[in-house]
Design a protein. Structure first.
Length: 198
């Protein structure tokens, strides 16, 4: 009998990387990792290798920057949408387009559940879950941070993340030793044609 497939909203960070082995340990499932690239710059090879090393059967990295800018950023700027008169909607406006692609990728890969790594500290869990449910009311959603025993970053590192943290720390160290560029240059914000003409 085929195992159930879960689609994991994957960033490659500690929070989402430890979810993969946790899912494999607690559910009889296969994990498909999904990263929606919205213009921040993603190291595709590194992200894919890390997801597979953590236990995912596949890692999908999809560049959705054009759709994000044309359908979300540009209309938001045109509407002069600002929260409480002073906060720009940067992260929040990316969540619905990413959620849309979560649902599409889940359907395309035969996944029955979408898993996210939102820790419950902010509104991302609400943005993702309401968007997913609006697009597919029958899609199951799993939020490990609400149900597992890990309650802090220290516990997270102690339970699953020691080797992942060492890999990430070594990578940053090597980048700083081999380049005079600042760390921010390793995560470039793409310049989109629509934004350049505003």
């Amino acid at each position: 009998m085929a195992k159930e497939k879960f689609l994991l909203a994957y960033s490659g960070g500690l929070d989402t990387s430890i979810i993969i082995p946790w899912l494999l340990e607690h559910y009889d499932c296969e994990v498909v990792a999904y990263c929606g690239e919205v213009g921040v710059g993603v190291d595709h090879d590194y992200l894919e290798k890390k997801a597979l090393k953590c236990g995912a059967i596949k890692c999908i990295i999809e560049d959705i920057t054009d759709e994000f800018v044309s359908d979300f950023v540009y209309p938001t700027l045109k509407a002069n949408a600002v929260y409480e008169g002073k906060y720009l909607l940067g992260t929040s406006m990316a969540r619905p387009v990413i959620a849309k692609h979560f649902v599409e990728a889940a359907h395309a890969n035969g996944c029955t559940t979408i898993v996210h790594g939102c820790t419950g500290k902010g509104n991302d869990q609400v943005r993702f879950e309401l968007s997913i449910k609006a697009l597919d009311p029958d899609m199951k959603i799993l939020a490990p941070w609400r149900i597992w025993d890990i309650k802090s970053r220290d516990e997270e590192i102690g339970t699953f993340g020691t080797s992942l943290t060492k890999v990430w720390t070594l990578r940053i160290l090597l980048m700083s030793l081999t380049s005079t560029r600042s760390l921010s240059s390793w995560f470039p914000l793409k310049r989109h044609p629509i934004l350049l003409h505003m």
